[in-house]
Structure formats: C-alpha cells, structure tokens
Design a protein around this ligand. Structure first.
Ligand SMILES: [Zn+2]
Length: 435
C-alpha cells in the first residue's frame, strides 16, 4: 500500500494531529536502540517507533522535527522535594554528618520565609530543562503541590507528614493530614517522612490511611549511618537529635525495637510494590533481600548523600542481587542540581569503585533512571507504541556505546523535553515554551 493510499484510508483527524520526531539514534530504553530512528506522536501518545525510512514512508508529508543527537525515553526523578529549590544555600555547603545537615536545613526552613509555590515551580522547570519528564515530588507545604502540573511535568506529588507522636496523631494530626489531602487540587501520594520522625503507631496508621485512599507511599529509608542504631536500640546521635527536637516516640521510650530500619518498616506494613523508598544507603544483604521480596523500589540519590556527609549506596550489590532501583536528585537543599543524569554518572563511578564489572552497567543505570523511576510511580516507562510520548533530546553523538555516551556527556546537554507529546523545553526557542 502506498503512503497516499494509506492516508486516504484513514479518517482525516488521524492525519491532522500527527507529528514525527527523528534523530540519528532513538533510545527507547524499554527496547533496543534504533539507529536513524523516528517516532510518531499523536495526542500525547506514541503511535509508532522504528527506523526513520519506514516511518516516513508510512506517514508521508507529516511534519517532521529532525533532531541532532539522541532521543531518549523521559527521565524519571524518583525522589525530589521541588519546594526546597530556593534553599540551595544549604545544599551548596558540605556537611560533616546527616545530623549536622539536618540542623542546617531546619535553620533555613524555619528561619527564612520562602514562597513554596514559586520555589517548587522553579525546581520543576529546572528538572524539565535537564530531560526529566516525571518526578516523585515530596511536598511538605501544600502550596507546593501544584508545581508538577503547573510546569507541565508528569509524576506524582506526595504529601509529607512528620513530627507526630501517637497521641498527637490520634488527637488532631490524622484529621488535619486527611483534610490537607482532601484540599489538594491534584491527586497525591503519601510520604511518612522517615522511620525516626514519626511514632510507631503513627507510621502504621499513615500506611493504613494510604491503603484506604488507594494512595502510593514514599519514605526516606537508611539515609544516615545512625538510623540503624536508632531503630535497634533507640540510642546514638540520631536518637539524641530526635530527643532534642522534643519528640517522645515509643522507639526512644522503649529502648528501640531490636529491628533495623528496613525490618521495622516491614513489620509496620509500610513496604510493598506500592511503596518506594529514598536513599537506601545503609542496607545490608538481609535488608536488600527484604526489599526485593516486597517489590519495593529504592531511589538512589548519590550526590545528596555526599552533601550530607554520608557514603554512597552499595549500587554494585543492588545491581548484582537484582533489587529494583531508581534514581533521584533529592532537592537543592542537599544537591548541587536537579540534573538526574549527574546522579546516574555518580552511580556509575560508585559501581565501578565497588567492583561492578559486568558489561551491562551503563544500560542498567539508564534503565534505573527511566524504567525504574516509572515503576516507583506505578506507571509504564520507556518509549513504546501506545505509551505516553515522554522523551528528551540530548545533544551528544550516538557513538558505539550510546548508554555510556549519554551518562558521560548527557549532563547539561538536554536540548528539548517533550511531555505527553507537548514540547515543554526547547533550547532553540526557549522563550516560546513553558520553561
Ligand atoms: Zn529527601
């Protein structure tokens, strides 16, 4: 069948809103790379993807946007707090320990008035400009909840809760938190902050609340080196900090739980495929096995770990043992930028230093930053017919090792970001798009 005949055979509307994007290389990530590839977008979704010659023959005379470089499935930032974008002064310093960073964070958070909505929107736009198409965005203050949508970024905001003991949660905390979820203008996931900032019964009940509302969960886990001592015995520097903040949690009163933080959360029912955790720096083999058994994705944020004075995650073990992983930047209050590929590059360095030698390293890390993040959010990732037209274009030469090239040369080289078929960032005409 000729192109003309094919066109006549289709309803007129089918043709009118079709756009083709092509590049010397297309990296769907969910499928092998396509050299001299093209994809067809219609109404926010991919209609077809394959070699450019075949695509142009099937859709003749359609508008073609021809890119240099590489088209890549949209990056998914699996852990950030966009509202802290205007707290970058904290993230640009280095801190001796997680507890020191936490104190520096509180000084600015509580001491400086910040327009959370504007700060979050600024962060969302920065993320778009580096090829991110979706994010798991932890929201502490409700005015920041609309940032993803306002910027045209996909993903899910998670409303955070912290600081309640079981009495205050039962008294008014639960009702207040549920009212905030109801008041939000967008659907939200739920983020109980961490094992050490909520009381034991509250962690259990926040999880139940998420289940009853069908909301996804996201929690910080094993970020600082003293978290294990906190949950096991209720002692150590983190326990001291929590006590000094005035929290009277059962873990502190009862001398710990005897469980590490991962097992502690599991006993409370927090872990599972609808929950993903951030950081996972201080995990042992039993913790990793438990997370695998529960289908819980770990969002790794290595540059943030460096800023807060802790070591990086054991990415070599996570890869070798087959844990589902994703990548996050965390916020500018603990990271130098919201460029997710910078964290992928940091993970690559870590994995090599930790002795990971398999040839699949580059591909698997790009998978983590795309498919892994999508899994954390409970959606399909990669570029495939029928899926969302979320992709980014990087001005890099494809070369023989495209995943390696993307990791090494991609940071700072995103020239366009398309979300649900719409151009949200276009370096050529930056003023004309929403960024
Ligand atoms: Zn965080």
């Amino acid at each position: 069948m000729t192109g003309r005949a094919a066109r006549i055979a289709r309803p007129a509307r089918w043709e009118a809103d079709v756009v083709i994007h092509s590049a010397p290389l297309v990296l769907p990530v969910s499928a092998p790379p396509v050299h001299d590839g093209a994809l067809v977008v219609r109404r926010g979704r991919i209609v077809a993807l394959g070699p450019r010659a075949g695509i142009l023959a099937s859709w003749p005379e359609r508008e073609e946007t021809r890119w240099d470089g590489v088209i890549v499935a949209g990056l998914v930032n699996a852990h950030t707090h966009l509202q802290y974008t205007h707290m970058a002064e904290v993230g640009q310093r280095t801190h001796a320990s997680f507890e020191e960073w936490s104190t520096a964070f509180d000084e600015v958070y509580f001491g400086t008035p910040i327009d959370w909505a504007a700060s979050a929107l600024d962060g969302a736009r920065q993320a778009l400009r580096s090829g991110t198409t979706s994010a798991a965005d932890v929201v502490t203050d409700l005015p920041a909840a609309g940032a993803l949508r306002a910027a045209g970024l996909g993903g899910l905001p998670y409303l955070e809760t912290l600081g309640d003991n079981d009495a205050s949660w039962a008294g008014s905390g639960r009702e207040r938190f549920a009212a905030m979820l109801d008041a939000a203008e967008v659907p939200m996931g739920i983020s109980p902050h961490a094992p050490y900032t909520l009381d034991t019964g509250t962690l259990r009940d926040v999880t139940a609340l998420a289940r009853s509302r069908g909301a996804r969960l996201h929690i910080h886990l094993a970020e600082g080196e003293h978290e294990r001592e906190y949950t096991v015995s209720g002692t150590g520097p983190l326990a001291l900090m929590v006590r000094e903040l005035g929290f009277d949690f059962a873990v502190l009163r009862e001398g710990g739980t005897g469980l590490g933080p991962t097992a502690f959360l599991d006993e409370l029912g927090v872990l599972g495929p609808r929950c993903h955790v951030a950081h996972g720096v201080h995990l042992d083999a039993d913790d990793r096995a438990l997370l695998r058994a529960r289908g819980t994705v770990v969002a790794l944020c290595p540059r943030s770990n460096r800023t807060v004075g802790t070591r990086g995650p054991d990415v070599a073990a996570l890869l070798t043992e087959g844990n589902p992983i994703a990548v996050g930047t965390d916020s500018l209050s603990s990271s130098p930028s919201l460029d997710l590929l910078e964290d992928v590059a940091a993970l690559r360095d870590l994995a090599v230093r930790q002795g990971y030698r398999a040839a699949d390293l580059d591909r698997r890390l790009v998978e983590a930053a795309t498919l892994g993040g999508a899994r954390a959010l409970g959606v399909a990732g990669g570029l495939a017919p029928g899926g969302p037209a979320d992709f980014a274009v990087f001005d890099v030469s494809p070369g023989a090792r495209p995943y390696r090239t993307l990791i090494e040369e991609g940071p700072g080289r995103c020239v366009a970001t398309v979300v649900a078929g719409e151009m949200m960032w276009d370096q050529r005409t930056a003023a004309a798009v929403r960024c």
